[in-house]
Design a protein around this ligand. Sequence first.
Ligand code: SF4
Length: 305
Amino acid sequence: MDASMATVASLHADHSRLFTLEGHSFRAVYPVLSRRSGGLSVGINLNLDKGCNFDCIYCQVDRTVPGMEEKRLPLLETVMEEIGLLFSAMDSGAFFRETSFGSLPREFQAVKDIAFSGDGEPTLAPSFRELSRAVRQFLSGRDWGGGSPPVLRLITNGSGLFHRETRLWTRKTFLEEGPGEIWLKLDAADRHRFDFINRSRIPFERMMQGVDQVVADLPVTIQTMILDYGRPGEADSFTAGRDLWDPLLAKVSGWDKEGARIGAWHLYSVARQPAVERVRKVPAERLEAWAREAASLPFPVLVFP
Ligand code: SF4
C-alpha cells in the first residue's frame, strides 16, 4: 500500500470529534474522510451533551464520559464560526498543509457533504431547526467556483421526524432549498434484534410505525449496520444471519412496493472499534451475498464492509 492510500485507510478509521486547526480547537464541527460519502465530510455535532434516545451497541460515542451541557455553549455561533474557519482554511490551503488530509489523493480531498451527525440524534437537539437553516444559508450563499456545493446531509435514526412539523421542516431545508439527502437508520426489522442492537427507549412497534411514516413522506437512503457480537458459544453472542436479514429485506421490499422513494440502501459494518468491545465486523462476503439477494430492488444496494 503506498503512503497516500495508507492515509486513506487510516482516516477512514478515524472519525474523532477532536480537531485543531491554526491554533483553534473545534468543538462542534469536525472533518472526516467518509467511506460512504466518497470524500471529505464536514460533521456537525449538535449533541455535545451526547443525548440520544438510542444506545446502539456499535455506537462510537463513549457515554461513560459525560458530555457537555448544551447551555454552556452558544451552539449557533460556535457552529457557524467553525464552519467559516474550516472552509476559509480549505480555500487558503492551510487545512491541507496542517492536517493529515493533505496527504490524501486529490480525488478524496473534495468536500462531499456537510452532515448533521455527531454524538447523538440530531433531530432531537433543540437547535436542529435553527442550525440546519443557518447551514443551508451558508451553503447557498457561498461561491463554489462553478462546482456543485456539498450536499446537506441528515444522518438520523428517524425519531425526530415522527413529528409532522419536523418532517416538513426537514423536507424544505434539506431537500428543497438545495442538494440534500436523508440517511435513515434501519439496523433491524424484528423486535428481538432491534432491542439488542439499538437498545432504544422507543418500543419496537412505535419505531416501525414512525419510520413507515418517514419513508412514506420523505425520500431517503437507508443505512443498515450489520455486525456480529461476541464469539460463538459465548453468552449473548450472535452472528448476523437470516433471522436478521430476512425481516430487513422484507421491510425494505415492502416500502418499495408501497411507493417509497429510496435512493440507495447501504449495508455496512464497523470501520472503527466501538465502545462495546464485543462488537465485531462481519466479512465482506456476507454483505455482498445479501446485496445480491436485494439486487432486484430498483435502487442500488451498496456494500461498505
Ligand atoms: S443513534 Fe447514532 S448516536 Fe445514537 S446511539 Fe445509535 S449510533 Fe450512537
